[in-house]
Design a protein around this ligand. Structure first.
Ligand code: IMP
Length: 427
């Protein structure tokens, strides 16, 4: 009956795909509960590398039921392309379940995402341009289109008419763009209906029943805590709740069902898009981390901004999500440093902060206060137990654990499936 939630503890791209893959064959369901194809999970199996954007990484484990739950926003063209790509590589996809209540990303959402970003100029968020924000905005304003609408042509047309009345005014009159043709969108989305139908289910019912039957459900968050619409660095955030609380609403499970919350945290920090990032490095060390860590976006190919580990952020993630275990990823990237800076607090506008400052203004001006930990030179990518790590790497892990406020139960020392040290079972 365990329901385990996995959350990014930083700004996303912490290596969640690897963590899910580790437990993938020990769970029965892998569920995405928020976000859409703005995510990018890379999973390496043998010599095969899979980049997934919308599908739960559980799709790669033959005994797992992958679920796209109600809190996700779905671009149907992307969904079918990803499914086709996997089938061509021999991965079976028919186990997938898609919630009838999930919202659909429409062509006007993508158009609005791009055009609003352009109009924001220097104030832009740096979105992935996939239409995520405008789709969630319509969901909240109750003008969204849901998966189940594909199966009622009359309703779909009615809802589209209403939505386009407004969107086409905005696109043409405010942004001077071409409007969207009602018949064209209607035909396109009706065309998806039959392909979608076999996957569609009441996923909340299915998951609750699975838990009643003693099955293990794994809720896979995308993005990260600092990109959460409520708890992240607003407005430089995504438009959903990737934090553990969001897993309940986004999957239709009660909070008492969640038994464990695993925070994925990188041994250093990265972020894509705009917004505050106190430990960001603008010098050659930033480039060193980027190159050694391969910090280029899976979804957009953008260079990730890189910096040292930020302990108040990890501690914040523990607090917001109720993290019970951490999975520390990419420790191997730090090999070769004499001393490793770790941010333990900030100075902002003349005040010392041990936790993330309460206001965005202070966080924007936060200058990190560093402690320096001893590094190691050994290549640790072949280590298969904690004891095989150099003593200074062990001490780095133990210090991070103390600062972050929850035990580190697994450590990633390379991208491969076997390059994980599991100190305690994550399931
Ligand atoms: P959106 O999610 O496309 O609206 O983008 C909002 C912000 O979230 C931007 O700064 C994106 O770069 C960031 N973002 C969205 N998805 C991810 C992700 O999977 N990893 C890291 N950053 C992301």
């Amino acid at each position: 009956m365990p329901a385990i939630t996995l959350v990014g503890a930083q700004w996303g791209d912490e290596g969640k795909g690897k963590a899910t893959d580790l437990v993938g064959n020990r769970v029965d369901y892998v569920v995405r509960y928020q976000g859409g194809n703005n995510a990018g999970h890379t999973v390496v199996i043998g010599d095969q590398k899979y980049a997934l954007h919308l599908l739960p990484s559980g799709i790669l484990s033959p005994d797992v039921v992958p679920v796209i739950a109600n809190g996700v926003v779905i671009d149907p063209a992307v969904l079918f392309e990803e499914l086709r790509g996997l089938r061509e590589r021999g991965v079976s996809t028919e186990r997938l379940l898609v919630s009838a209540n999930a919202h659909m990303i429409m062509p006007y959402h993508r158009a609005l995402d791009k055009v609003t970003e352009r109009f924001l100029g220097k104030g832009r968020i740096g979105t992935t341009g996939r239409g995520i924000g405008p789709t969630y905005a319509d969901k909240i304003s109750r003008t969204g289109i849901r998966v189940q609408d594909m199966f009622d042509p009359k309703i779909l047309r009615q809802k589209l008419e209403l939505a386009l009345n407004d969107k086409n005014q905005v696109l043409t009159k405010v942004f001077n763009r071409r409007g969207v043709d009602l018949d064209q969108v209607f035909d396109e989305y009706m065309g998806y209906a039959e392909e979608l139908r076999p996957f569609v289910a009441d996923t909340s019912l299915e998951l609750n029943k699975a838990l009643d039957d003693g099955k293990t459900v794994y809720l896979e968050g995308s993005q990260g805590t600092l990109l959460d619409i409520d708890h992240g660095t607003y407005p430089f955030v995504t438009s959903s709740s990737p934090t553990a609380g969001g897993a309940c609403a986004g999957a239709g499970l009660g909070p008492t069902r969640i038994t464990k919350v695993v925070g994925i945290v990188k041994a250093y920090t990265t972020r894509v898009g705009s917004g505050p990032f106190p430990t960001e490095l603008h010098d050659e060390w930033g480039e060193w981390l980027r190159q050694k860590g391969g910090e280029y976006g899976v979804t957009t190919g953008r260079n990730r901004r890189c910096g040292w580990f930020d302990a108040p952020i990890a501690r914040y993630a523990t607090r917001i999500n109720g993290i019970t275990d951490f999975f520390l990823t990419k420790l191997d990237v730090l090999s070769g440093l004499e001393r490793i800076p770790v941010c333990v607090g900030y100075e902002a506008n003349g005040t010392r902060h041990d936790e993330i400052p309460m206001t965005q203004t202070d966080f924007h001006h936060a200058v990190p206060v560093y402690e320096y930990l001893d590094g190691w030179n050994e290549d640790i990518s072949h280590a298969r137990s904690f004891e095989e790590l150099p003593k200074t790497a062990q001490a780095y892990v133990r210090t991070l654990e103390e600062m972050a406020g929850a035990p580190i139960s697994a450590i990633g020392v390379g991208p491969g499936r076997d390059q994980t040290l599991e100190l305690r079972s994550l399931v």
